[in-house]
Write a protein that binds this ligand. Structure first.
Ligand code: ADP
Ligand code: MG
Length: 752
């Protein structure tokens, strides 16, 4: 029996899923797998685990997977609170941390965490139920988990250890799961929860905000706040830096005056839906008609956004990328309370679930985290920039970049829906209806848009030899699968296919190469295969601690404070200048001399990690030395995690994280360069020879096997002055030119 507080119980009863508890639980009882669809905010994530718990499914663990770390953490806290149970019973596990105990009954985790657990115990014997949440997001690991669980559940039932699977989606678009014979031969039942959704009036801009959509979001938010009756505002932007920048501007526009009576006591005026609230007695006006309103002072001139590349981190298998910055979820959503009369504004960060204090209005600025995974109460106005930040890969060249693109119609409608949860609302789209009608209807499943080498390796490790036959909800293209298999063969993770035979056989063989012992070792590391290969070879010359540090640094994005970023308005230009000069000087220092120099950018990273750890990895050290504190913390965590993984795979190495790591010796540097080459062998570039200099623009360029155009070493690279004949690089990104990032010199006679 669960002993809930009266107020919690009362709030629960208002949730649409509560009305369907019996239908849901009966479907679960009668079927091994059930699909549950319900609007965001209907109570799926917080209530379904409780239903299962109360219906006696807590003999094993009730597992819930989330595509985002933020959601796993915050939902576990919420459910623990609702059930009045300690966090040792309702727990969470994300990549680096968790509070799971032997007594855990409900466990929220990222999908990547459950995937790793399947590798240890294919039947997931400790679980009685697995809930796949946010399945509509179609994240890669969610898709793979559904494929795996479609096999695990029948196996468990056959062995008289029954297990249930619940797939939860915020949209009704679930045919890829239900109408997919290979996945579920007998289509699972779909339970729909009718959510009380209030009408949302959608207002399109007449003109689309093309460049300055953050500025436009700011103006719109201010207007809503000044003109419209009470109710929270939720603003959708694309990235962390934009979220911070808009909050900063709002705080500047409505400064917080602590001596005024803004004490934070709960909002006492209750607002009845339908009845205009008494709060600001301002006339309603047409928000789309800008010209009627004077432009705020200081509106133009924009805080340049820094590239927040850490939003989606590298492919790694521990977990899912994006948004849990490690320390505080509010990096991806931030709230401000705006005073409705007078001027007052206060950052509320993680307190968005609290009612806004009297006389203030809650305004939350978020990335698409708030689209479906978190419901912020009391939102009545949505401001939608219509964009989303995504990582794009070029299939042929492997060049990747973060791009802000238009979202889909389905996502835009989800965003609008956030305004109509508790009463009729309004959604202000910062783009025209013509632009909207050009949006794609739905977002593509992530698996079709990214390389799959890491997934193929994980599957092979699960003894799924013919990956093409795996029951993907949406299969990746056969070219992507073939490219992955080829890369893994070249890394030595998979056996070479037999050379003889007709071409067609060879092609088929390529897609079912068995895993090698090296491949198994690589699969145990929570990084993508190239880096796993480096770790697997890191034992020579006592290099392992260096390899771990370098791999950790290479897989965390943007460790340096970007030198090219213009100085933001509210920054002290002189200070920024000093910091940059210091970073440039540090980079030269960290690059070392002689042999070390040839390790190039990776030596700089190694030096930065070493220096930062030596200083205790403090925000102050990072700030003063041009390092991004968040990135350095992530590297620290990853070093710990990789060190544990290495010790688990090869116990005789006995590595530990050394906070006072001495610089590598020349022999070790040589060894490190070879180890790096072993993982990046297909990212080889050769300096353009004088006889190949067809175009003066090719001077100092490098040729790669994949690109027609030359690529270059960036002026900020440690090897910019050296220009070695052969280099390997981590990736090519296109800015003003095609630049290689993470460059390391290699010797001609090492190249296979
Ligand atoms: P769904 O998963 O269907 O989108 P949820 O179970 O996440 O719905 O949310 C149900 C309700 O619980 C929402 O009204 C939401 O605002 C509320 N809620 C979620 N987390 C918290 C929290 N930490 N504090 C207060 N209310 C919360
Ligand atoms: Mg949910």
């Amino acid at each position: 029996p669960v002993d809930r507080l009266a107020e919690i119980q009362e709030a629960r009863l208002k949730l649409p899923v509560l009305a369907e508890e019996h239908v849901i639980m009966e479907a679960v009882r009668e079927n091994p797998c059930v699909v549950l669809c319900g609007e965001t905010g209907s109570g799926k994530t917080t209530q379904v685990p409780q239903f299962l718990y109360e219906a006696g499914y807590a003999s094993g663990i009730i597992g819930v997977t989330e595509p985002r770390r933020v959601a796993a953490v915050s939902m576990s806290h919420r459910v623990a609170t609702e059930m009045n149970l300690p966090t040792g019973v309702v727990s969470y596990q994300i990549r680096y941390e968790g509070n799971v105990t032997d007594g855990t009954k409900i466990k929220f985790m990222t999908d990547g965490v459950l995937l790793k657990e399947i590798q240890k115990d294919f039947l997931l014997q400790r679980y009685s139920v697995v809930i796949i949440d946010e399945a509509h997001e179609r994240s890669v690991y969610t898709d793979i988990l559904i494929g795996l669980l479609s096999r695990i559940v029948p196996l468990r039932n056959k062995r008289a250890m029954p297990m249930k699977l619940v797939i939860m989606s915020a949209t009704l678009r679930v045919e890829d799961f239900t109408q997919n014979q290979r996945l579920f031969p007998a289509p699972p039942p779909v339970v729909k929860v009718d959510a009380r959704q209030f009408p949302v009036t959608v207002h399109f801009n007449k003109r689309t905000a093309m460049e300055d959509y953050t500025g436009e979001a700011f103006r719109k938010t201010c207007k809503i706040h000044r003109m419209l009756p009470s109710g929270g505002i939720l603003v959708f932007l694309t990235g962390q830096a934009e979220v911070h920048s808009l909050c900063r501007r709002l705080r500047r526009a409505f400064p917080y005056k602590p001596n005024r009576e803004c004490t934070g006591e709960p909002n006492t005026h209750t607002h009845t839906p339908g009845i205009p609230s008494k709060c600001p007695a301002l006339p309603r006006i047409d928000l789309d008609n800008y010209s009627a309103l004077p432009v705020e002072e200081g509106d133009e001139g924009d805080d340049e956004e820094e590239e927040d590349g850490d939003e989606v981190s590298d492919l790694d298998l521990g977990d899912n990328p994006d948004d849990y910055g490690g320390d505080c979820p509010c990096n991806y959503w931030q709230g401000v309370w705006i005073r409705t009369s007078g001027k007052c504004c206060k950052c509320v960060c993680c307190q968005v679930f609290r009612p806004a204090p009297a006389g203030t209005r809650l305004c939350v600025v978020a990335t698409n985290v708030a689209e479906t995974s978190l419901t912020i109460p009391g939102v009545r106005y949505v401001v939608d920039c219509g964009r989303v930040k995504k990582r794009f890969y070029d299939r042929v060249t492997g060049v990747s970049s973060f791009k802000v693109t238009w979202t889909s119609q389905a996502s835009a409608n989800q965003r609008a829906g956030r305004a109509g949860r508790t009463e009729p609302g309004h959604c202000y789209r910062l783009y025209s209806s013509a632009v909207f009608s050009d949006f794609s209807l739905f977002s593509e499943a992530e698996i079709t848009r990214r390389p799959v080498d890491d997934l193929v390796l994980q599957m092979k490790d699960l003894n799924i030899q013919k990956v093409v036959n795996f029951p993907f909800p949406t299969p990746p293209s056969s070219e992507a699968l073939a490219a992955a298999e080829q890369l893994l063969v070249s890394l030595g993770a998979l056996e070479e296919p037999p050379r003889e035979g007709r071409v067609i056989d060879l092609k088929r063989a390529r897609l079912s190469c068995p895993i090698t012992p090296l491949g198994r070792a690589m699969a145990a590391f929570p990084v993508s295969p190239r880096y796993a290969k480096m770790l697997a070879l890191g034992q020579q010359q006592d290099c392992m601690p260096y390899v771990i540090a370098v791999v950790a640094a290479m897989t965390v994005r943007e460790i340096f404070d970007d030198l090219d970023r213009p100085v933001a308005k509210d920054e002290d230009g002189e200070k920024v200048g000093q910091r940059r000069a210091r970073l440039a000087q540090n980079k030269r220092l960290w690059a070392g001399q002689g042999q070390s120099l040839l390790l190039g950018d990776l030596m700089v990273m190694l030096g930065a990690v070493g220096a930062c750890e030596f200083a205790g990895c403090t925000p102050k050290f990072c700030e003063e030395n041009g390092l991004r504190y968040k990135a350095m913390l992530e590297i620290r965590r990853l070093r710990g995690q990789l060190t544990n993984a290495v010790n688990a795979v090869c116990p005789d190495v006995g590595v530990f994280v050394d906070g006072k790591m001495p610089p590598p010796t020349p022999t070790q540097v040589q060894c490190l360069r070879q180890v790096v080459l072993s993982g990046l062998g297909d990212h080889l570039a050769r300096r353009v020879q004088s006889e190949e200099l067809l175009d003066p623009k090719w001077r100092n360029g490098y040729k790669t096997p994949l690109l027609d155009e030359p690529v270059f070493i960036h002026p900020s690279s440690a090897l910019f002055k050296t220009l070695p004949e052969f280099v390997v690089y981590q990736e090519v990104t296109e800015t003003t030119k095609m630049y290689m990032r993470g460059v390391c010199a290699v010797e001609a006679d090492w190249i296979p």
